[in-house]
Design a protein around this ligand. Structure first.
Ligand SMILES: [Mg+2]
Length: 166
């Protein structure tokens, strides 16, 4: 049984783009760390997630992956606020009730909160993968555009099916 942790933002939902667009709309300077932090902490996360497009039908793919007995899926996502955590769990429970979700406060790395040993992390943020690997985990870079990376790159969650064949 292989544990596979899946990132949320930039892998399941395109929240990076949707929140950047919203910041532009509201006149928030997204490159100003302090302004951006306040924006994310006060954001209506439930509404935001409902209005954010999935990346390549990610929910349907996750549902199919849940049926594979050889793997154990879990969502592992960073959060900046309590409201964000509630909204993400709500979003996933509504669509894939049996999929476990682990919330990681932004102050910690993902590799500090769960044990990465021999587990796979699919994440769009390379620094998360480096830390994961350093602690004995296997990193897979998610990117919607195929590109070179020190980690194997997948552009669609359905490529996890190929990984489990090996
Ligand atoms: Mg991400």
């Amino acid at each position: 049984m292989r544990k596979i942790y899946i990132d949320f933002d930039g892998v399941i939902l395109d929240t990076i783009k949707s929140t950047y667009d919203l910041m532009d709309e509201l006149g928030v300077d997204k490159y100003n760390v302090k302004e951006a932090r306040i924006f994310y902490r006060t954001l209506d996360w439930r509404k935001t997630l409902e209005n954010t497009p999935q990346i390549h039908h990610s929910v349907d793919t996750l549902k199919k992956l849940m049926e594979i007995e050889e793997i154990e899926l879990c969502v592992l996502t960073h959060i900046v606020s309590y409201d964000e955590g509630v909204a993400k769990i709500d979003y996933l429970k509504k669509r894939i009730p049996s999929l476990p979700v682990i919330l990681v406060p932004k102050e910690f790395s993902k590799a500090e909160v769960v044990n990465p040993k021999d587990a796979i992390l699919v994440d769009d943020y390379t620094l998360n993968l480096k830390e994961w690997k350093r602690k004995g985990g296997i990193g897979i870079k998610f990117s919607t555009i195929k590109k070179e990376n020190e980690f194997p790159v997948i552009t669609n969650l359905d490529e996890i099916f190929d990984l489990t064949d090996k």
